[in-house]
Design a protein around this ligand. Structure first.
Ligand code: AMP
Length: 441
């Protein structure tokens, strides 16, 4: 019988890659927590309506990419293809808008699922760190969010001994104005696109989607569309004075902090809910899929989800897989990735013979309970194999116990890099203190 492969586009992330991957994710979450965001967990699936109404009918995500299924109770559920709609749904379910403690600042990390064509930097199952601030329209929070993403990506690169700075990480910024600004702009953009459609020059995807949201014409990667859009009217020329002031303040705050922003009038991002501030981080060493993160304001999303008062918000999503690809130069699921393994444990127990099994097992358990990362080899294996396993674990110390040690109530502590060894009475407190000393803990 053949073994069952993983699903296409859904890579396994295994050691030693997982250590680097987790470090990136942890650095991003820690940065968010430093900015006052609390880590939450929400379900991986939601009612399909959350995304259908929240993310928008003109988007690729809703049209083509959702993993939607019916559960045994006949509900239509969808594996989350993005984070924000589910978080806003969770906030509304919990009555956060009326709770008084606003802004509600949260972050989370987890897998997302999109039925896309797998390619470098694009998978069907991938991991994001998401950060959201709900219940605020203050431009200060917009600036905070852009800085948070920048700092988080820089911290993530440092976990791999790399640096992200203005030379290899771009921060693109735009404003999409308010929803009230859209009808007039949509009319102008559609009037610009009509003659191209009449001449049969618009791509199929734009023709079908522009009547729902003509902004999608800026996202289209179809041949010829970039040239057509080069002269299209821009949203920034059609936004209210209020949205303009908001944007000026965001820019001022970011410039004061030295964030190397690139103003990008055509940055619309692929989701319908964005308003005002939108931004994206692009790693210059990645090819077509260069965005390592992005985000923006979504001031009308809560209303799309049924809340009948304004409840603004802004969020950020950082792609852990693509950040890994950028800093390590290989995708995290690549089975041939040559990533240096990290030490799994600090101490490795080597039982030479059956009599050592029980006392050594007790000792290793005691060390683990004191926070020493420790592992023990199987007592049925030969000494040579056990020392090899200890080397592979990259432990600094081995605890060796054979018949002599058992008879004398001792254990040998061996430094695996220098080969030096000392005997120690078989007393957990004494062994612990010798180990701490040897490891400089
Ligand atoms: P988005 O929600 O599309 O704005 O995505 C935010 C970030 O998630 C992107 O900048 C990517 O780094 C990452 N991302 C989005 N889609 C994928 C995917 N299919 N595979 C891997 N990473 C992705």
């Amino acid at each position: 019988m053949k073994i069952i492969d993983s699903v296409k586009g859904a890579p396994d992330i295994l050691p030693p890659v997982s250590a680097g991957f987790n470090a990136i994710e942890a650095a991003m979450l820690t940065t968010a927590q430093t900015f006052g965001y609390e880590r939450i967990r929400t379900p991986v699936f939601e009612h399909t309506e959350v995304f259908a109404r929240g993310v928008g009918a003109s988007t690729d995500i809703v049209n083509k990419e959702m993993y939607t299924f019916e559960d045994k109770g006949g509900r239509s559920l969808t594996l989350r293809p993005e984070g924000t709609a589910g978080i806003v749904r969770a906030a509304l379910s919990a009555g956060i808008p009326r709770g008084g403690a606003l802004p509600w600042k949260v972050c989370w990390a987890g897998e997302l699922f999109r039925y896309e064509r797998p390619q470098s930097g694009r998978q069907r199952s991938f991991t994001q760190v998401d950060v959201e601030a709900l219940g605020t329209s203050d431009p200060l929070i917009d600036a905070e969010m852009v800085i948070l993403g920048w700092d988080a990506l820089r911290a993530a690169a440092r976990t791999a001994g790399k640096t992200f700075d203005a030379d290899n990480l771009e921060v693109r910024l735009n404003t999409l104005g308010d929803r009230a600004d859209r009808p007039a702009y949509h009319a102008a953009l559609n009037a610009y696109l009509d003659p191209f459609e009449a001449a049969g020059q618009l791509s199929e995807d734009v023709v079908t989607r522009r009547h729902i949201n003509p902004l999608r014409a800026f996202d289209s990667k179809a041949p010829g569309m970039a040239e057509i859009m080069a002269n299209a009217p821009l949203l920034k020329d059609h936004i209210s004075e209020e949205a303009r002031d908001h944007h000026r303040m965001v820019v001022r705050l970011l410039e004061a902090e030295g964030i190397p922003i690139i103003h990008d009038d055509r940055l619309v991002r692929g989701l319908d809910y964005y308003t005002r501030t939108t931004f994206e981080y692009q790693a210059t060493n990645l090819g077509a899929q260069s965005a390592v993160g992005g985000g923006g304001r979504f001031d009308g999303l809560a209303e799309d989800l049924g809340w009948n008062e304004p409840f603004q918000g802004i969020g950020l999503a950082l792609g852990v897989d693509r950040t890994y690809l950028s800093v390590y130069g290989v995708p995290p699921g690549d089975p041939n990735a040559r990533i240096a393994p990290a030490p799994r444990v600090e101490v490795y127990g080597i039982p030479m013979g059956q009599d050592a099994l029980e006392p050594l097992f007790s000792l290793v358990t005691a060390l683990r309970r004191e926070g020493i990362r420790a592992e023990m080899g199987e007592s049925t294996r030969k000494a040579r194999a056990l020392f090899k396993a200890a080397d592979r674990s990259m432990a600094r110390l081995a605890l060796v116990m054979g018949d002599d040690e058992v008879a004398q109530g001792e254990v040998t502590i061996k430094d695996l890099s220098t080969g030096e060894q000392v005997s120690c009475p078989l007393d957990p407190a004494k062994v612990l203190s010798s180990i701490r000393q040897a490891l400089n803990l």
